[in-house]
Write a protein that binds this ligand. Structure first.
Ligand code: NAP
Length: 488
């Protein structure tokens, strides 16, 4: 379906006769069995899209007032007699109560819109079950991925795709046309065996986020334990100091930036590995291993989680001075200095370190916000490929470099201070630098002209060891052709 089609307004009360843009589906009578939330929203949308709607209810008198006046609400048997296409907006458990209608339904198209309450709840899909109850009908699975709310609010505010499957091509085409006229994008999912998959889609909980969330939680757990040992357990064991109050804020706040920083580098690491693979094999046509493919596909979610942790770190950092423990420590230090009669406590190097540390931190968070915003489909769709690639690739890499500066100014000379090695464990920031610095170094190497040229050629389709046709002008001005190795 073209972008132009998607931009079309809902047909509303327009007269559709003679409109070349309207498919033959518009204007026909559509039946809806059931008078619940979905049936009502469906009827409203169908009426607004120019269809005649007849609703079949067990109790039409009571339900008629819930439907738009343009829709006819009648008994089930009456409704199905008036149309060839019937949406079954009834739960699977009640399908068998429709068996009395088998004779009037024979030869008609039944659209199964039902969902289950859990994934793979029944052995056979609801659509296959409906087909088994009504063998004389043609069943099409569809519309279950759109909610009653989406149907009412219009295609622009909700999910636009309607996944459709059926064993009958003609019936599938009819339902696809209806979906298109309603402002949805029909997606052909093949034959009825796909119904189970389609029914599971609305029940999946953030499938694209599972791996990135587990990754973030895993990193958080590792860094949290490491920081806990260094900041709380070590002083407790070595100096019998009770620092457990640090767990809710300080330990969490030193863990969050570690996760954010490493996650940001993990957005760019698969790109580096992919480039290494392309350079090694001298082609872009070789499939990446599955794990790398998966990793590349999850970069957006990993980046958004990195931004989430960085934003939390910023909020935690702003709240640090609010803590009672902080105030006590400040007063304690001031009293100590007064007792020791220390007047000048200004350390120029520390002042500069903090100023730079905070400034680069704010810039890094600003860039991460930009990356997060531009990854939203509505914003991403308004950018051309070059703009999107500049923001996500170039500015993203700059964000990684600035985050590295933020980390280095935080750590400063701590890596060289032996007192910082608690239980021989190096300061946490040194560990976080490993992956990001590898990525930055690799990116620098890939930007060396000799490597960049080769990578560019590979990405334009050049292959190592492949023979290509060449055309050369001869001395007489005519062109002669031949073959050579593209390796040469
Ligand atoms: P609902 O509000 O409970 O409506 C179900 C309707 O089924 C009732 O209003 C009833 O209408 C009819 N029905 C027919 N025979 C029945 C019987 N023996 N016992 C009880 N009711 C009977 O449910 P709904 O939310 O509209 O959902 C309807 C179907 O759409 C379900 O299969 C659901 O999975 C699917 N769906 C719903 C949504 C959503 O957002 N709600 C989204 C996607 C798919 P009469 O009393 O007029 O006969």
């Amino acid at each position: 379906m073209s972008g132009g089609d998607m931009a079309k307004p809902l047909l509303g009360h327009r007269n559709m006769e003679g409109d070349p843009g309207i498919t033959p589906a518009a204007g026909r009578t559509i039946g809806v069995l059931g008078s619940g939330d979905f049936a009502r929203s469906l009827a409203i949308r169908l009426v607004c899209s120019g269809f005649k709607v007849v609703v079949g209810s067990r109790n039409p008198k009571r339900k008629a007032s819930l439907f738009p006046s343009a829709a006819e609400v009648t008994f089930q048997a009456e409704a199905v007699k008036k149309t060839d296409v019937i949406f079954v907006a009834v739960f699977r458990e009640h399908y068998s109560t429709l068996c009395d209608l088998a004779d009037v339904l024979a030869g008609k198209i039944l659209v199964d819109v039902s969902n289950n309450i859990e994934i793979n709840h029944h052995k056979e899909s609801n659509a296959e079950y409906l087909a088994s109850l009504f063998p004389a009908c043609t069943v099409v699975k569809g519309f279950n991925v759109v909610s009653a709310w989406t149907l009412q609010s219009g295609a622009r505010d909700g999910n636009k795709q309607v996944l459709i499957c059926s064993n009958n091509q003609e019936a599938k085409r009819t339902v696809a046309e209806i979906a298109q006229v309603m402002g949805f994008t029909p997606v052909d999912m093949g034959c009825m065996s796909s119904a189970c998959e389609i029914e599971n889609i609305p029940l999946r909980l953030l499938p694209a986020w599972k791996i990135p969330i587990f990754l973030a939680l895993g990193l958080f757990l590792c860094f949290f334990t490491y920081n806990l040992v260094r900041q709380v357990i070590h002083p407790y064991i070595r100096e019998q100091k009770n620092k457990f109050y640090k767990i809710p804020v300080e330990v969490v706040n030193t863990t969050l930036p570690c996760v954010a920083y490493v996650m940001l580098s993990l957005v760019y690491l698969p790109g580096v590995l992919a480039a290494c693979s392309q350079l090694y094999y001298g082609t872009k046509y070789r499939r990446f291993p599955d794990w790398l493919d998966q990793w590349l596909q999850h970069r957006k979610q990993i980046g958004l989680l990195s931004f989430f942790c960085a934003a939390l770190h910023a909020v935690y950092s702003l709240c640090l001075p609010m803590r009672r423990s902080h105030r006590y420590q400040l007063i304690e230090t001031a009293v100590k200095q007064a007792v020791e009669k220390k007047m000048n406590i200004w350390v120029e190097e520390e002042v500069w370190r903090m100023e730079i540390y905070i400034s680069v931190g704010i810039i890094a968070l600003g860039l991460l916000s930009l990356l997060a915003i531009t990854s939203l489909p509505s914003i991403a769709n308004s950018l051309n490929w070059r703009e999107f690639s500049f923001i996500q690739s170039t500015l993203g890499f700059i964000a990684l470099v600035i985050s590295t500066l933020h980390t280095l100014t935080y750590g400063w000379s701590r890596a060289f201070d032996e007192n910082q090695y608690k239980f021989y464990l190096p300061p946490t920031y040194t560990l976080t630098l490993l992956v990001p610095c590898t990525v930055i170094l690799a990116k620098v190497i890939f930007n060396l002209p000799c490597i960049q040229q080769r990578l560019l050629r590979i990405r334009r389709g050049w292959e190592k060891g492949r023979y290509v046709k060449f055309v050369l002008p001869s001395a007489t001005g005519e062109y002669s052709s031949g073959e050579t190795s593209s390796n040469v």
